[in-house]
Design a protein around this ligand. Sequence first.
Ligand SMILES: Cc1cc2nc3c(=O)[nH]c(=O)nc-3n(C[C@H](O)[C@H](O)[C@H](O)COP(=O)(O)OP(=O)(O)OC[C@H]3O[C@@H](n4cnc5c(N)ncnc54)[C@H](O)[C@@H]3O)c2cc1C
Length: 464
Amino acid sequence: MPGHPATNTTEFRALQAAFAGQLILPSDPEYDRARQVHNGMIDRRPALIAACNGTADIVDALGFATGQGMEIAVRGGGHNVGGRAVCDDGIMIDLSGMKGIWVDPATRRVRAEAGVTWGEFNRATQLHGLATTGGAVGSTGIAGLTLGGGFGYLMGRHGLTIDNLTSARMVTSDGRVVTASAHENPELFWGLRGGGGNFGIVSSFEYQLHPVGPEIAGGLIAFDIADIGQVLEYAAWLVDNPDDDLTAVVSLTHAPDGSGRKLAAMLVAHFGTAAQSDKALARIRALARPVIDRLGPISYCALNGLLDPGFPRGALNYWKSVFVADLDDRVRTILAEQFRACPSAMSKLIVERPHGAALRQAPSATAFPHRAPGYSILVLGQWAGAGDSEENMFWVRETADRLRAYANAGAYGNYLAEDEFDTRLGESFGDNLGRLRALKGEYDPENIFHHNLNIAPEAQRGQG
Ligand SMILES: Cc1cc2nc3c(=O)[nH]c(=O)nc-3n(C[C@H](O)[C@H](O)[C@H](O)COP(=O)(O)OP(=O)(O)OC[C@H]3O[C@@H](n4cnc5c(N)ncnc54)[C@H](O)[C@@H]3O)c2cc1C
C-alpha cells in the first residue's frame, strides 16, 4: 500500500528528525497493535500514528498535521467505546505512552500525564495513602474520563473526578501551550471539566488528592437474579438514607465462573470508620441470601481492579447511557425484563447513583451538567464474536429505548456509542451547550478537534 502523501514530504522528515517518541506507519510491524483501541468494534487505519513522548512531541505532531491538512484523532487511554481516539487516513496523536506521575504528599496534589491509566494512577498515589475519584476499571485512561466528568467510588465523599481537577496543561489548535486552572484561563478550565477533547490536546492533569486506605471496606456481593427486587429497593432506599462514605453500584451481570448464571450484584465501597462500614455492609448482606460474598476489608487498589477481568481489550462493545430520576416500578420492571433477555454473558446493566459531593456543585459550575439526584443507567453490551453483533446491538437499543420513555433526557457522554454522538449532544451537555460552543469558537474555530463528542463552533453548525 502506498504511503499517505503527507508522509513523503520534507516536513515529515523534519518531524522524524525532532520527534522523541515513535512515528508509526502502516508498513511498520507495530502498526496493527498501535491502532487498536479497547473496543474491538473499532477498526480504523490512520496514515500515521504519532506516539508522543511529551508536550513537545504533541506540538510538533499537531503542527505537522495541520500543515498537511490531515484529520486528527487524539488518544488518551483508548478506552472510549465511541472509538474516536482513532481515525481513518489521518493522524492519531497517541498519548498512551506518556506515563509520568508526580505525587506531592505535602500538598496532596498529583500531576499525571495524559497516557496514565487509573490502575497506574492509583498504584502511584496509594504509595502515599492518597487517592482521588477515578474510574473503576484499571485500564481506563485518566484523560478521556476526566475530560468527560468521571464517576468513581469516591464520588460521594469527594465529588466527580473533575471536581478534584486543579489544573490542566493543554496544547491549543495553533500549537500554544497553555495552563487552565481557577486562576489561569478560567473559562477554558470550566470547559475542560466535562466538555471532552473539544478544545485542545491536554498533555497533563493536576488533581487534589485525599487520604484513602490503603485498606478500605467493600468488594463484590451478588445475589440470584430472582432477588433483583431487593437489590433495586436498596438502591432506592439509599436516596432517603444518604451516606457520602458509601458507594454501591448495582450491576445486573453474569457469574464470573463462566456458567452464564444471571446475578443481581453490587460493587460496594465504604470509606467511613470500621463501625460505620460494618453496619453498612451488614445491611447489604441481609438483603437476601448472597451467591457470592466478597465484602470485607480490601485495599483501594484491589477494589479498583476487581472488574478488570470482565473487560478484556478487543471485546466488542456497544453502550448507551440513560439518566432516570427514580427507580420506580416501571424502571425496575424494564431492567428485570431486559436483563432476562440479555443475549451475551459479557453484557451488564449498571445502575450508578451520583450522590453526596458529586451533587453539591451547580449544573453550570463545570461543563458537566448532571448534578441532579437520580440514577445513571449504563446499558453495557459486550460480546466476543462479530457474528453476534446484530443481536447484541438490538438488545442494547431496545433496552435504552424502553428506559428512555421514563428518562430525565440526560446522557453521560463518556458512556455513549458513536452512533449517538450527534443526536445526544444536548442530553450530554444540557444547558451548558451554548457556553461550550462559544468556548469552542475561541479555542478551535476551525474545529480541527472533531474526532470526539463534538461541539461544533457556532459558525460551523449545520455543516456536519
Ligand atoms: C471498561 C470501561 C470502564 C469504564 N469505567 C468508567 C468509570 O468507572 N467511570 C467513568 O466515569 N467512566 C468510565 N468509563 C468511560 C470512560 O470515562 C470513557 O471511556 C473515557 O473516554 C475513557 O478515557 P480514555 O482516555 O481511555 O479514552 P480515549 O478513547 O483515549 O479518549 C476518549 C475521548 O477523549 C479524547 N481525548 C483523550 N485524551 C485526550 C487528551 N489528552 N486531550 C484531548 N482529548 C483527549 C479522545 O480524542 C476521545 O474523543 C469506562 C469505560 C470502559 C471501556
